[in-house]
Design a protein around this ligand. Structure first.
Ligand SMILES: [Zn+2]
Length: 291
């Protein structure tokens, strides 16, 4: 499932379309040639795996992912699940928890939308800002059932770094071993206290909005990473960029996927991180978690 010899971007999107929800064509990320170029660049930088977090109702495209794997050699791990309340299709409310779980199980065991691509992760399952709605709790319940049935790990979406601890409490209540859970978007606010508690509970945390300096500056991400390094906790941290828009691509004036390795990692190194520290977060942790 994972090529453990190289780096893994733990929370990305390669083909996503939230333009209908957001009323902005920029939110349709679908430019194949540009993304192909960027994946080739990543391969040259030592990246071997992309964990693709776009589930069915976010504009997932299995053919697009398969073409990218064939044309660039990068390994893409696809996901199954439901995103977050505001983006749910109507049937999340009407179908049973068991039926929702079975859809996830089928995408893991049989394949996605008639393709040969199978989901390797249950993601990104999310909560709203400052609350987990009843429907979101229902999806977490279904995700936990699918996890127990298939053994595949769980990766979440938090809104602006809120409710991570509550997500873990919920999953723990559904009998999930929290070492099989990674909490997403932990790096969008001063969040060290919650991060320490999440790691203490056994979960992984993602710093996966690297480069989104308009939300939260990378310098502060680096400060939080230092606090984790000082405590010997880097073995629970994964990194990524959560690219979702056309304007995030390099050719369209954005950072591009390579920013993490060509800009952020050099900043980390200058601040005192060793290459071994970087390798733990970008290679060893995701290799172990997504295996
Ligand atoms: Zn997300």
């Amino acid at each position: 499932m994972i090529d453990s010899t190289g780096y893994t971007y733990a929370h990305e999107h390669l083909h996503i379309d939230l333009s209908g929800f957001k009323g902005d064509i920029d939110c349709r990320l679908d430019q194949y040639a540009l993304i192909c170029d960027e994946m080739r660049t990543l391969m040259n930088l030592g990246v071997r795996n992309i964990i693709e977090m776009t589930n069915r109702y976010m504009g997932r495209n299995p053919q697009f992912m398969q073409d990218l794997m064939r044309d660039t050699g990068i390994n893409v791990v696809a996901c199954t699940g439901y995103y977050q309340h505001d983006f749910y299709p109507e049937h999340v409310a009407t179908r049973s928890v068991k039926a929702l779980a079975q859809e996830m199980i089928d995408e893991i065991e049989k394949g996605i939308e008639g393709s040969e691509l199978k989901a390797g992760i249950i993601a990104e399952i999310g909560s709203s800002k400052g609350t987990i709605t009843d429907l979101e709790k229902k999806v977490f319940n279904a995700a936990a059932i699918a996890h127990h049935e298939t053994g595949r790990p769980l990766s979440t979406h938090t809104s602006f770094s809120t409710m991570g601890l509550e997500q873990l409490a919920l999953l723990s209540g559904f009998g999930v071993d929290l070492s099989r859970v990674v909490i997403g978007h932990c790096d969008l606010k001063d969040n060290l206290d919650d991060i320490l508690r999440m790691i203490d509970l056994g979960a992984y945390v993602q710093f996966d909005t690297i480069g989104k300096n308009n939300y939260y500056p990378d310098a502060k991400r680096i400060d939080m990473l230092h606090a984790l390094r000082d405590r010997g906790l880097l073995h629970r941290v994964m990194l990524s960029m959560d690219i979702t828009r056309r304007s995030h691509l390099k050719a369209n004036g954005g950072n591009g996927y390579s920013y993490l390795l060509t800009t952020f990692v050099p900043l980390l190194r200058q601040s005192g991180f060793s290459q071994a520290d970087v390798d733990v977060m970008l290679r060893d942790n995701p290799s172990q978690f997504f295996q």
